[in-house]
Design a binder for this molecule. Structure first.
Ligand code: NAD
Length: 477
């Protein structure tokens, strides 16, 4: 099967579905056209839904071990196409090639993990008070799933949903970001090649996401909505899902604190921050958004950080040696520039700034004297800006760290064992990196609390998101 056509289209029932309504997928590094794609119409959406319903029935006859085998083949196919998938990702998303390759392997890791979990969706036997009644539970697939994913991880955010859905026996309609639809199509073609039923994984490309998603939200045939994206869109989709009481999973925006305590190993903290801040040019939901540094180690930390940031190279992700690719589009760059301007107006200072970059590229910046009231401390930056705030003691660090609406990831560096225990329990976040800046892992539960979302992806919890528990009460004569 050819992985990508000259022009690309939605992938419905195992085939390309073309319309005349086309738009361009742009390379953010040079604004050249990567490919023309067509936007799905109403008929395409209807066909995809009936295909998904049909696949759901088919999947009832496919054992968990067979689904596991299909996932294993999909995993192998993703890895055997890793160079091509990584290059495609750089072209439509902009991240450096080595990061893209890392994401392909991370994405494949979810498929491998859920191939193993597919055969472990155990029910339970419940001890009954009455010997003539047997009580038990079984787990069954939720049904047809609609998934909506962002552009910042064009593969991993998809496999993190589709692999557990298939492992559970659900069929999946995916609406990827209009910025990065090509990676999604390539992934779906590989899944069909691996043996997935035609309607089990379909991809709908649209330039009108609100219309498409609202239509599906009104359909009772779609039993689950799983969304990764901004908190604002997540709130809207939760309200759309209310009319048909859909199961929902929400992986939303973050505003991660990165706390450096006085006892921290400073070079290790700086290395952790470089990973937590600059991956994908700062465009990750778990990016360190507010760097909180205890006053006593501020001077040493800033000096070490400045040396590290000054080594970063900005440029096309396809050129070896570049660390920071472009931001995704013009409005993303304008938003980051606006946050810097407003921080300066509110009293922050520029400690370091790389040479100005053209197009969608952006030089790294270190801002100091940031305070909790500033816009930059209350907004997901999504750019290569380190925003540094001082604190005087542990109590104040926790007030600052927890004083936002988001609760996705948090990081802290300390070598004081009692402090590590206290702080890891007190931080109001779903995931905590302790002396570690890279926490994402397919075998661990990924997700947030507060306005960062509902549910968990990856790990054993990720499979339960696609299963209903059914209680059986059987009476014997
Ligand atoms: P976004 O919310 O703008 O878009 C996400 C998806 O929703 C896209 O597919 C888009 O087409 C679709 N969409 C947009 N408006 C819609 C509407 N009105 N109705 C239906 N669908 C709509 O987010 P983005 O800019 O693509 O991604 C960045 C955001 O995603 C950041 O906030 C980031 O933190 C978040 N994110 C979260 C996680 C996580 O696991 N928590 C992971 C990656 C990204």
């Amino acid at each position: 099967m050819q992985l990508l056509l000259e022009h690309e289209h939605s992938f419905i029932n195992g085939k390309s579905y073309q319309t005349d309504d086309t738009f361009s997928v742009l390379n953010p590094a040079n604004l050249g056209v990567v490919k023309e794609v067509s936007s799905v119409d109403e008929l395409g959406c209807e066909l995809a839904l009936s295909g998904a319903q049909c696949a759901l029935k088919q999947l009832r006859t496919v054992s968990a071990s067979l689904r596991s085998e299909v996932l294993k083949k999909w995993h192998a196919l993703i890895l055997s196409h890793e160079e091509m998938l990584a290059e495609l990702m750089v072209a439509e998303q902009g991240k450096p090639l080595h990061e893209a390759l890392g994401e392909v392997r991370y994405a494949a890791g979810f498929v491998e993990w859920f191939a193993q979990e597919a055969i472990r969706s155990y029910g339970e036997t419940i001890p009954s008070q009455n010997t003539s009644v047997q009580l038990s539970t079984i787990k069954q697939p939720v049904g047809v799933v609609l998934g909506i994913t962002p552009w910042n991880f064009p593969l991993a955010m998809i496999t993190r949903k589709v692999a557990p859905a298939y492992a559970a026996g659900c069929s999946f309609i995916l609406k990827p970001s209009e910025e990065t639809p090509l990676s999604a199509i390539a992934l779906a073609k590989l899944a069909i090649q691996a043996g997935m039923e035609a309607g089990a994984f379909q991809v709908l490309i649209t330039r009108q996401p609100a219309k498409l998603v609202e239509g599906y939200c009104q359909s009772a045939a779609v039993r689950k909505l799983t969304f990764t994206g901004s908190t604002k869109v997540g709130q809207l989709l939760l309200s759309h899902s209310a009319t048909t009481i859909k199961r929902t999973s929400m992986e939303l925006g973050g505003n991660a604190p990165f706390i450096v305590y006085g006892s921290a190993n400073i070079p290790a903290a700086v290395a952790g921050l470089m990973a937590a801040k600059f991956r994908n040019a700062g465009q990750t939901c778990v990016a360190a958004n507010r760097v909180l540094v205890e006053q006593e180690c501020m001077a040493e930390f800033i000096s070490c950080l400045t040396t590290a940031v000054a080594t970063l190279k900005v440029g096309d992700g396809m050129v070896a040696g570049n660390d920071l690719g472009p931001l995704i589009n013009e409005s993303a760059k304008a938003k980051v520039q606006g946050l810097i301007a407003s921080a300066l107006k509110q009293g922050a200072k520029i400690h370091y700034q790389g040479a100005e970059e053209a197009g969608l590229f952006m030089a790294p910046v270190i801002l100091t004297h940031v305070t909790p009231e500033m816009d930059i401390a209350n907004t997901e930056i999504f750019g290569p800006i380190v925003s540094v705030m001082a604190f005087f003691d542990e109590v104040q660090s926790l007030v600052f760290a927890n004083g936002v609406e988001e609760g996705l990831a948090a990081y802290f560096y300390s070598q004081d064992v009692s402090q590590i225990h206290r702080v890891s329990h007190a931080l109001e976040y779903g995931m905590i990196g302790i002396n570690e800046g890279m926490i994402s892992n397919p075998v661990a539960p990924f997700g947030g609390i507060k306005q960062s979302g509902l549910g968990r992806e990856g790990a054993k919890q990720g499979l339960d998101e696609y299963l209903e528990v059914k209680y059986l009460c059987q009476k014997f004569d």
